[in-house]
Ligand binder design. Structure first.
Ligand SMILES: CC(C)[C@H](C(=O)O)[C@@H](O)C(=O)O
Ligand code: SF4
Length: 481
């Protein structure tokens, strides 16, 4: 008997193939379909036009996130309000569970689904949203899909998909303690480029990945799409089981059986990938973006690069455009960039560990007088937990705004949109032109760097701040070169 050695991606893919024909995309069964108000209206319309009903409402879960105002429960924007209303009607008509504004389970779809135990190893998960890759943290194969695919899944609970190539990304060694999961993924994208994983699904490997918490893993997998990948996943292990035991275990009659299956979900010894990338993380530093794609990133303690330092003509041209939009000159130290707004939140970094990391920096300190900071928990459950721990008070005492949960300033399609030319340090995942407001200049950072930046008034790492209570922003700015 020949045994085929398979990687994790192949195992999950193959166990969901419903139909297959040479030269054709595969038809995959979808275990969980996540929906939000911004990408689902046309899909429901199409379904209705075709006279169909949702095939498995019980495998669908809907959230309100993109358009929710995070300062009050009152939706003021007409278009956003209409999208929310449509989602409510569609879910009601089709019997789909919806966590609406005002519900204690509401929040960003990619934060809520895992925290409530909806996502489990070996599943296929889709959503009409590119950051569905987040759920790969559980060893699930999770894809962002387009509106017509959303309709297909609503109608059939299956999807035709081109099989992705497989990529192994190994973080080699242990990172220094001030390096966060956000820095790992920013460094990787800077290394392979914003298109570096086009057409691939990534498996993240190495002890630096195994040592991450589930939340850290979600941050890494979340940004797989920013390297162009279709999906990014991590093999389930004891950390995964521990997380799920609390959230899903109590409801699961077949827990032991499930665990046996999950333990088999790992890349076989000797299995091959279409591409292998290794990144030594032992001397990694906190990373920050300088440009208008997430791959245009450098260590925080370095300078804005010169366009001529890039290898290809296209990269040089892209760097020139980016510097112009960002209002930056080459060779300026990243730590000399004054920041107007700090955004802590999003499906990348809006979880409780992210809030704790930022609060640890802000405790006993105050924001620079020139900085506005928004703290937007990824879900109402995260918000409640933060309040139990007193983190809300830390943020408020520092001078930050403490908000309700939603996508908020991650994507300026709600009231948390920046006006005019503003430089932002943001814990979100995208920094393209106009993402956070027509002229907003986004620097993607980790929660710790976001908090330190809010205190310093310029891009800064926590280690640069004076001890709490002693340093004020003017003092710090006075120290600036
Ligand atoms: C609105 C939605 C479809 C979009 C996505 O696909 O990811 C948004 O969530 C984003 O982050 O850009
Ligand atoms: S938080 Fe940002 S990245 Fe995540 S789903 Fe919302 S808009 Fe998209």
């Amino acid at each position: 008997m020949t045994t085929t050695r398979r990687n994790l991606i192949e195992k999950v893919w193959e166990s969901h193939v419903v139909d297959q024909a040479p030269g054709e995309p595969d038809l995959l069964y979808i275990d969980l379909h996540l929906l939000h108000e911004a990408s689902s209206p046309q899909a429901f319309d199409g379904l209705q036009l075709a006279g169909r009903r949702v095939r498995r409402p019980d495998l669908s879960l809907a959230l309100e996130d993109h358009n929710v105002p995070t300062d009050t429960l009152l939706v003021k924007d007409a278009m956003g309000g209409a999208q929310l209303e449509r989602l409510r009607q569609n879910c009601e008509e089709q019997g789909i569970e919806l966590f609406s504004l005002g519900d204690h389970r509401q929040g960003i779809v990619h934060v809520v689904a895992p925290e409530l135990g909806f996502v489990r190893p070996g599943m296929t998960v889709v959503c009409g949203d590119s950051h569905t890759s987040t759920h790969g943290a559980f060893g699930a194969l999770a894809f962002g899909v387009g509106t017509s695919d959303v309709e297909h899944v609503l109608a059939t609970q299956t999807l035709t998909l081109q099989r992705p190539k497989t990529m192994s990304v190994e973080f080699v060694g242990e990172p220094p303690t001030d390096v966060t999961p956000k820095d790992l993924i920013l460094a990787l994208i800077a290394n392979i480029g914003a298109n570096g994983a086009n057409g691939y699904a990534i498996e993240y490997r190495g002890c630096a990945v195994q040592n991450l918490s589930m939340e850290g893993r979600m941050t890494v997998c979340n940004m797989s799409i920013e390297a162009g990948a279709r999906a990014g996943l991590i093999a389930p292990d004891d950390t995964t089981l521990e997380y799920l035991r609390e959230r899903w275990g109590p409801a699961a009659a077949d827990w032991d059986e499930a665990v046996d299956h999950w333990r088999s979900l790992r890349t076989d010894e000797g299995a091959v990938f279409d591409r292998t990338v290794q990144l030594d993380v032992t001397t990694l530093k906190p990373f920050v973006t300088w440009g208008t794609n997430p791959g245009q990133a450098v260590p925080l303690d370095s300078a804005v690069p010169t366009p001529d330092s890039f290898g290809t003509g296209a990269e040089r041209e892209a760097a020139r455009w980016a510097l112009e939009y960002m209002g930056l000159a080459p060779d300026v130290s990243m730590r000399d960039l004054d920041i107007d707004t700090v955004f802590l939140g999003s499906c990348t970094n809006g979880r409780i560990e992210d809030l704790r990391a930022a609060a640890d920096v802000l405790r006993g300190r105050t924001l620079a007088p020139t900085v506005r900071m928004l703290v937007v928990p990824g879900s109402m459950a995260v918000r409640a937990e933060a309040e139990t721990e007193g983190l809300d008070q830390v943020f408020l005492d520092a001078g930050a705004e403490w908000r309700l949960s939603g996508c908020s300033m991650c994507m300026g399609i709600n009231a948390d949109r920046l006006q005019g030319i503003q430089r932002v340090a943001s814990t979100s995942n995208r920094n393209y032109e106009g993402r956070q407001g027509t002229h907003a200049r986004t620097h993607l950072v980790s929660p710790a760097v976001a908090a330190a930046t809010a205190v310093a008034g310029r891009l800064a790492a926590p280690t640069e701040l004076p001890a709490p209570g002693r340093g004020s922003a003017p003092h710090l700015q006075g120290e600036k070169a």
